[in-house]
Design a protein around this ligand. Structure first.
Ligand SMILES: C[S@@+](CC[C@H](N)C(=O)[O-])C[C@H]1O[C@@H](n2cnc3c(N)ncnc32)[C@H](O)[C@@H]1O
Ligand code: SF4
Length: 390
């Protein structure tokens, strides 16, 4: 997760000033896919969800036991996801218990099932954040999410949440099919008084891998990032508190540094230090995933790779076990990446970006990420170093 707004805020200081360091993270942010069933079948869905029951999912008691272990291990942020988490009959019980244990609890939903019948229950949980996916304007969104009427239902959910004073974010996965709708979505954010916008790049997992030909070309990604940066900068400059964040492409940090260099060169040292502190891709370190069957993965995009199962070993134990070769490399700093990533002069900022895209396109976890949209010049590429394997 790359918090664009935090960097923009630093640029509003009259003189370049380094904000205090936040210190080490307590435990990873855990994204927990509590259910795989979903009422939608989106084109890019990493969990390959459909409207059917999946056998062997964790019971209420199992989830609560694992939550205790997570808390004892130092995890403080849980994002409850799916499938569609609102299809889980015990979702409010689980959410309330998580809140009572002291977690920051986010709900990751497609929003179509939020209506007058459950909005009071949603509000009563006191979610710290409800993220609702909007992947385009009406026609694009319905096509992308493969259900006519999905856009209107999700917008209704957003409005109900806002009426109940729930913090809502729009989550948008950028592809070549919806890139043109980004300005319209940022306008919706404004019009609907939404305080957070999360732009996720496409990752090559599940149906997102099958449909990876729909990924943006790099020019489109750069245009989208330019617009996001400009919008976030305008908000920060006016003293706004809206959050603009991105995910699934850590080259965004390097691209932002370049944006700053071109406009506010005096701030480059401060922003560069902030970016190095952020440290880029956090898969297997500060981000973790548990799926509906209790399998633990380095992040949500690694469902094809299992580290262990909470039914057999405590999460805390599995997470620290670096006898697993993927985890050993992910926890290494710098990561043992090769190709353009290995030769990149900004590896300490981006940390080698998303290993899933590298793996899905080459079979090698440590090869370069094809999603990096920076030019050879921007990454200080030395062609001989790439030829020699980074
Ligand atoms: C799997 S969904 C589960 C929650 C809920 N059903 C929803 O769609 O918001 C979680 C988030 O991951 C995003 N997502 C799914 N597949 C993805 C992929 N291949 N790359 C990037 N984001 C993806 C979705 O758009 C959604 O915002
Ligand atoms: S992305 Fe979310 S809404 Fe779409 S099919 Fe997957 S789980 Fe369902």
């Amino acid at each position: 997760m790359f918090r664009v707004s935090q960097f923009m805020k630093a640029l509003t200081a009259p003189v370049p000033t380094l904000p205090p360091s936040r210190g080490p993270m307590p435990g990873p942010v855990v994204i927990w896919n509590l259910i795989r069933r979903c009422n939608l079948t989106c084109k890019h869905c990493y969990s390959i969800s459909t409207d059917t029951n999946f056998k062997g999912e964790l019971s209420t008691e199992e989830v609560l036991t694992v939550m205790e272990d997570l808390y004892a291990f130092g995890v403080r942020v849980l994002i409850l996801s799916g499938g569609e988490p609102l299809l889980r009959p015990d979702i409010f019980t689980l959410s309330e218990r998580a809140k009572a244990m002291g977690f920051y609890v986010g709900l990751s939903t497609n929003g179509t099932l939020i209506d007058e019948s459950n909005i009071d229950a949603i509000a009563a949980v006191g979610y710290d954040y409800v993220g609702i996916s909007i992947d385009g304007l009406r026609e694009t969104h319905d096509e992308f999410r493969r259900l006519k009427g999905a856009f209107d239902a999700s917008m209704h959910g957003i409005r109900l949440c806002r009426q109940h004073d729930i913090k809502v974010g729009l989550r948008f996965t950028l592809t070549r099919d919806n890139a043109a709708d980004l300005p319209g979505l940022l306008q919706i954010m404004n019009d609907e008084d939404v305080s957070k916008f999360y732009l996720s790049h496409l990752n090559y997992a599940g149906r997102g891998n099958k449909n990876r030909r729909n990924d943006t070309v790099h020019r489109m990604t750069r245009d989208a990032m330019d617009l996001l940066f400009a919008t976030a900068w305008e908000d920060a400059r006016q003293g706004g508190e809206r959050e603009f964040v991105t995910g699934n492409n850590d080259a965004d940090g390097v691209y932002l540094l370049d944006w700053v260099r071109q406009r506010y060169p005096d701030y480059v040292p401060v922003i560069q230090t902030m970016l190095e502190r952020w440290g880029g891709n956090a898969t297997g370190v500060n981000v973790a995933n548990i799926d509906n069957l209790g399998k633990i993965h380095p992040d949500t995009m690694w469902w094809h790779y299992e580290l262990g199962n909470v039914r057999e070993r405590p999460f805390s134990e599995v997470w620290e076990d670096v006898s697993d070769p993927l985890m050993a490399g992910l926890k290494q700093h710098p990561r043992p990446v090769t190709g353009r990533c290995g030769a990149c002069k900004w590896l300490n900022i981006c940390n080698g970006n998303t290993r899933v895209r590298a793996h899905q396109t080459s079979g090698d976890w440590w090869s370069e990420d094809p999603g990096c949209y920076l030019t050879d010049e921007e990454i200080g590429l030395n062609p001989q170093a790439v030829a020699a394997g980074g």
